[in-house]
Each structure stands twice: as C-alpha cells, then as structure tokens.
Design a protein around this ligand. Structure first.
Ligand SMILES: Nc1ncnc2c1ncn2[C@@H]1O[C@H](COP(=O)(O)OP(=O)(O)O)[C@@H](O)[C@H]1O
Ligand SMILES: [Mg+2]
Length: 285
C-alpha cells in the first residue's frame, strides 16, 4: 500500500509539474506572438515611412528632370528668359529637396543614433528657451510678431540631449510664428509643478482643423489651411519635435481651433533618466 501511495503521489507531482510547464509554455507562446505582432507593426510602419519619403523626394526630382531635359534637348535655349526661368525653378526645387533630405536625416539620426548621442547632466530649460527665442527674434520681427516669454520657475532637467531639445522647441515656436497672422503674438510659457515641467507655445494663428490634429504629428503631413497659408514646408517639424520630446520621456500635445489658434504643450519630468546605452558625459553647463 505504501508503495502504491508513493507512486501515486509521485505521479501527482509529475502531473502538477507538467501542468505548470504547459502553462508556462502557453504564456511564452503568447509573449512570442505579441512580440511578433509588434515587430510586424514596426516593419509595416518602416515600409510605410520609406514609401512616403520616396514619394516626397520623387516629385521635385521629376520636375527638375523635366526642366533639364527640355533644356538639353534644345526645346528651350538656356540663355533665353524662359530658359533662365526653368533653371531658376529647378534650383528652387532642389533647395526644397535639400531641406527635406536634411529633415529626414535629422529624424533618422534621432531615431537610430540617440543611444550614441552626447548627453548632459542638468539641462537648464529656461536658458535653452531664452536662447531659442533670441535666435527666432528676426524671423518673428520680419512677420511683425511679438515673442512673449512667460517663465514661472526654473526648470533644470536631471539629464537631456540639448541639441534635440533645441530642435523640438525651435520647431514648435517656428510653427507658431509661421502659422500666425501678421502682427500676432506668440507666448512661450514655462512652469513647474512638483517634478513636472510644462512648456506651452501659444499662438493665435490659423489653427489646425480638428481632423488633422493627430495626423500633423506624422511625417510629411500638412493641413490644407497650413499649406495655403505657408506654401513652403516639409511636414517634418512636428514629427521631429515629438520624437525628441518622447526620447526625454515627455509628451507633446496639440490643442487647436481653426481661425483661433494653437497651443502646443510639452510635458516633461525633471527627473529624466539617461537613455539605455548612452554613457558618454558631455560636461555640465
Ligand atoms: N502652430 C500651428 N498653427 C497652425 N497649424 C500648424 C501649427 N503647427 C503645425 N501646424 C500644421 O501642422 C503641419 C505640420 O507641421 P510641421 O511638421 O512643422 O511641418 P511644416 O511646418 O514644414 O509644414 C503644418 O503644415 C500645419 O498644417
Ligand atoms: Mg514646421
């Protein structure tokens, strides 16, 4: 009897073990499935991104090619007024193309090279914003727009990548200027609440139509009213800004009403942690 008992108990234990293993296996399978799905989404996003990037580059290239073809095949003489216009047009398209390519490179650099980016301890956001506002003053003045800083408190991040933060805030303030009407006002508000810092860039410009509020954050998306108001633009600025803010563990949100204005809000914790892999210290400002 004792023997049978021990066999039964051993058998029960085995069964339990088997059951546990099966459960763990099922859990791992689920995890694997989820990871696969994530990889697939990333891959899909990548190829979508590549396709729209290529598309963006193709149209100016096609225009330039046509102009050069018309000139080389002798349909238009390069020395004539029409010829000169064609060349000037081609040059302009090439300039646009360069701006787009530079934007794409910035974005790629931020996405891939972030771990290797130089990082700094203690980034003073007040100083950073003041410098950006100084730099953008001529642009604002040219459009008769007043840049108003409203800094409440001093925000110093534990860690940050200053060039990326500059890029983010510069893009937001540039947009506020660009999509404002002449003689408008752009306010850059900074405040600290506990360990959360918020930067709001407020304009009273053309606004973003509600159904574009989410999409304009994606690469190359420009709202129709924005395109009409300012024909030049790559549609990369907000994507870059969001990328940079998220790399600092923060969020970027847009609130807007057409014809009334837009508020871009960046929210950050001052206790930012260095990104995995970034170990190089670039000194303290
Ligand atoms: N402050 C703003 N006011 C109105 N529209 C804006 C503002 N900021 C961004 N937008 C809209 O979002 C689009 C994408 O902005 P962005 O990525 O900076 O690209 P770009 O400025 O080159 O068009 C703009 O084309 C415009 O339609
Ligand atoms: Mg922009």
């Amino acid at each position: 009897v004792a023997l049978t008992d021990s066999v039964t108990s051993r058998f029960k234990k085995r069964n339990l073990k088997l059951w546990e293993t099966t459960r763990e296996l099922r859990q791992s399978t689920d995890d694997l499935q989820r990871t696969l799905e994530q990889v697939e989404t990333v891959e899909q996003r990548k190829s979508h991104y590549m396709r729209i990037s290529a598309h963006q580059l193709r149209s100016p290239l096609a225009t330039v090619r046509t102009s050069l073809q018309v000139l080389t095949e002798g349909y238009v003489e390069p020395g004539t007024d029409r010829g000169k216009k064609l060349l000037e047009g081609a040059l302009e398209r090439l300039d646009d193309l360069l701006v787009t390519v530079n934007g794409l490179l910035d974005l790629a650099k931020m996405r891939e090279g972030r771990a290797r980016a130089p990082w700094t301890r203690k980034v003073n956001i007040n100083q950073l914003l003041a410098d950006i506002l100084d730099a953008l003053e001529p642009l604002a003045r040219a459009r008769d727009i007043r840049l108003v800083p409203e800094f409440k408190g001093v925000v110093i991040l534990d860690w940050g990548i200053p060039p990326d933060l500059v890029y983010a805030f510069e893009n937001l303030i540039e947009n506020a200027i660009k999509y404002s009407r002449e003689r408008g006002e752009v306010t850059t508000r900074l405040h600290l609440n506990g360990d959360r810092a918020t930067v709001e860039v407020v304009d009273h410009g053309i606004g973003i139509p509600e159904k574009f509020l989410v999409d304009v954050m994606h690469e190359f998306v420009r709202a129709p009213n924005g395109k009409k108001h300012a024909p030049q633009g790559t549609g990369l600025g907000l994507a870059i800004a969001r990328e940079a803010v998220e790399a600092h563990g923060g969020t970027l949100e847009l609130r807007s009403r057409e014809e009334e204005g837009t508020t871009a809000t960046v929210s950050l914790s001052i206790h930012v942690k260095p990104l995995k892999g970034s170990t190089e210290l670039v000194g303290e400002p």
